[in-house]
Design a protein around this ligand. Structure first.
Ligand SMILES: Cc1cc2nc3c(=O)[nH]c(=O)nc-3n(C[C@H](O)[C@H](O)[C@H](O)COP(=O)(O)O)c2cc1C
Length: 408
C-alpha cells in the first residue's frame, strides 16, 4: 500500500518539538503525499511559514480572518480536502481548547469543523502531561474520538525525564501508513459483514412473550463502526429502535427463528458478529388465542431450545464466514464462562460483558468488554461509550480479517 496522492493536513502547535514536523513533512513528501499546513500563532515561534511552504510547496495557513486564504481554500474546505489531519505537536493548551470545543483561531476552528479522523501527537513536559487537568482533557478527547499516538517516555528538551516526549516522525509515518493500509485493503476487497443485534421475542400467545433487557445499542454501534471502515454491513435486529446510516442494510425480525432465517439469507459474508441476545427457548407450539388466566399453567407449556445462531455460523462448514464473533452476557464468572463459550461454539472471538452491572451492558450507553481469544487469552477494553467500544471491536475484527488473508 502506498501513500501516493494521499492528502494530509498538518497543524503545528507551539511546542519545542514543532521542528520535527519538518522532518515528517520531508518523509511524507518522499512518499508522494500532498500536504497542507496550518501554523498556530505560538507554532510560528518555533518554525517559520517559509520553511513549511518551501517543504510542502504549498501556502502555510495561519490566520482565520485572512481574506486571501479564505478565497484560496476556506476553513471548512481545509478539512474536507484532507484524508486525515495530524496535530503535531499537540500542546497542553491545544488539548485544553479541543476538550471544550473552542474555535478561537484557524487551527481550532478547522479541527472543530473537521469531518475526518484527527491524529493528536502530544508533546510536553512530564509534569504538564501528568497534570490532572491534562489527563482529564486526554480522557475527554479520547472519548470524543480523537486518535492519539504517544506521548513516549524519554528525555525531554527541558532536561527532565518521563512521559511527554513526542512520538518520532518515523513512528508517526508508520502509524499513517498503517492507517491508510487498513482502509485501502478494506476498500478494495469488498468485505461483507452481518451483525445481529437486539433481543428476540418468543411469543407464548398473541400478546405474551419471553424476551430480555437487550436494547440493541451495542450491535448498532458495531455495525456503524464496520460501515465507517468501508465494510458492506447488514444488520439483523430484533425489536429495537436506533438510526443507521443509509449505507447499512437493516432487516427487522421478531423471533429467534426469523433471525436465523435472515442470517441464512445474508450468507455468504466475510465477517459475522452475533451481538443479539437471542432467547434460548421458545414454546414448542404457540397458542393461537390469548391464554386465559384461569388456564395458565407453565407445567403444561413445552419449551424447546432455539438454534444457537453463533454456533450455527461457526460450525457452518459450507459457508462459514472467515471471522465469526459472538457476545456473551454474564452475571458471574465473566471470563471463565466466556472462555468455555468460545471453546463450545468454535467462534473466533467472544466479547464478554458483565450484565449484572447496571452502569454498563444492557440498556446502558456504556460498556466494558473482555475480549476472549481462541487461545484463552483475555484483553480488557476499559469502560467507555458503546460507540467507542464498537470502534475497538471493529478494529480487532478487521485486523483478524486482514491477517487471515495474509495481506501486508
Ligand atoms: C520554549 C518553549 C517551549 C514550549 N514547549 C511546549 C511543549 O513542548 N508543549 C506544550 O504543551 N507547551 C509548550 N510551551 C508552551 C506553549 O507554547 C503555550 O502553551 C502556547 O500557548 C501553546 O500554543 P498552541 O495552543 O498554539 O499550541 C512552550 C513554551 C515555550 C516558551
Amino acid at each position: 500500500m502506498t501513500l501516493k496522492n494521499k492528502k494530509i493536513l498538518i497543524i503545528i502547535g507551539g511546542g519545542i518539538a514543532a521542528y520535527k514536523s519538518l522532518d515528517l513533512i520531508r518523509m511524507l513528501k518522499r512518499n508522494d503525499v500532498e500536504i497542507k499546513t496550518i501554523l498556530t500563532k505560538s507554532g510560528r515561534e518555533f518554525v517559520t511559514p517559509l520553511s513549511l511552504t518551501t517543504l510542502t510547496q504549498s501556502k502555510t495557513f495561519e490566520n482565520i480572518f485572512d481574506k486571501d486564504s479564505e478565497a484560496d481554500i476556506d476553513h471548512i474546505a481545509l478539512s474536507r480536502w484532507a484524508d486525515i489531519i495530524i496535530v503535531m505537536p499537540t500542546t497542553a493548551n491545544l488539548m485544553s481548547k479541543l476538550s471544550v470545543g473552542a474555535a478561537e483561531d484557524l487551527a481550532t476552528t478547522v479541527l472543530l469543523a473537521a469531518n475526518k479522523d484527527i491524529l493528536l501527537v502530544p508533546a510536553m513536559n512530564v509534569r504538564m502531561w501528568l497534570h490532572k487537568a491534562t489527563q482529564k482533557n486526554f480522557n475527554i478527547l479520547k472519548d470524543i474520538g480523537y486518535l492519539f499516538i504517544g506521548p513516549e517516555k524519554g528525555e525531554m528538551a527541558c532536561g527532565e525525564f518521563g512521559e511527554g516526549k513526542m512520538s518520532s516522525p518515523r513512528q508517526i509515518l508508520a502509524y499513517v501508513k498503517d492507517y491508510f493500509n487498513k482502509r485501502g485493503i478494506l476498500k478494495n476487497k469488498n468485505f461483507k459483514a452481518l451483525v445481529t443485534t437486539g433481543p428476540t421475542r418468543e411469543y407464548l400467545d398473541p400478546v405474551r412473550y419471553i424476551s430480555n433487557e437487550s436494547s440493541g445499542r451495542q450491535g448498532y454501534e458495531v455495525a456503524i463502526a464496520l460501515d465507517k471502515l468501508g465494510i458492506k454491513t447488514t444488520v439483523i435486529a430484533g425489536p429495537s429502535n436506533f438510526n443507521l446510516p443509509k449505507s447499512i442494510k437493516l432487516k427487522k425480525i421478531i423471533s429467534a427463528d426469523e433471525m436465523l432465517s435472515e442470517v441464512k439469507k445474508s450468507l455468504p459474508v466475510d465477517l459475522a458478529v452475533c451481538v443479539a441476545a437471542v432467547a434460548d427457548f421458545k414454546l414448542e407450539k404457540k397458542n393461537k388465542n390469548k391464554m386465559k388466566k384461569s388456564n395458565l399453567s407453565f407445567q403444561s407449556m413445552n419449551f424447546i431450545k432455539n438454534t444457537d445462531i453463533l454456533e450455527y455460523l461457526s460450525k457452518n462448514n459450507k459457508c462459514r464466514p472467515r471471522v465469526v464473533a459472538g457476545f456473551s452476557a454474564e452475571t458471574e464468572s465473566l471470563n471463565k464462562n466466556s472462555i468455555q463459550k468460545i471453546k463450545n461454539k468454535h467462534c473466533d472471538f467472544i466479547f464478554a460483558n458483565d450484565v449484572s452491572n447496571k452502569k454498563i451492558g444492557f440498556n446502558s450507553y456504556y460498556n466494558k468488554i473482555s475480549v476472549i481469544y481462541k487461545n484463552g487469552s483475555v484483553q480488557i477494553i476499559p469502560k467507555n461509550k458503546k460507540s467507542l467500544i464498537a470502534n475497538k471491536i471493529a478494529q480487532i475484527l478487521v485486523d483478524k480479517l486482514v491477517d487471515d488473508r495474509n495481506i501486508n
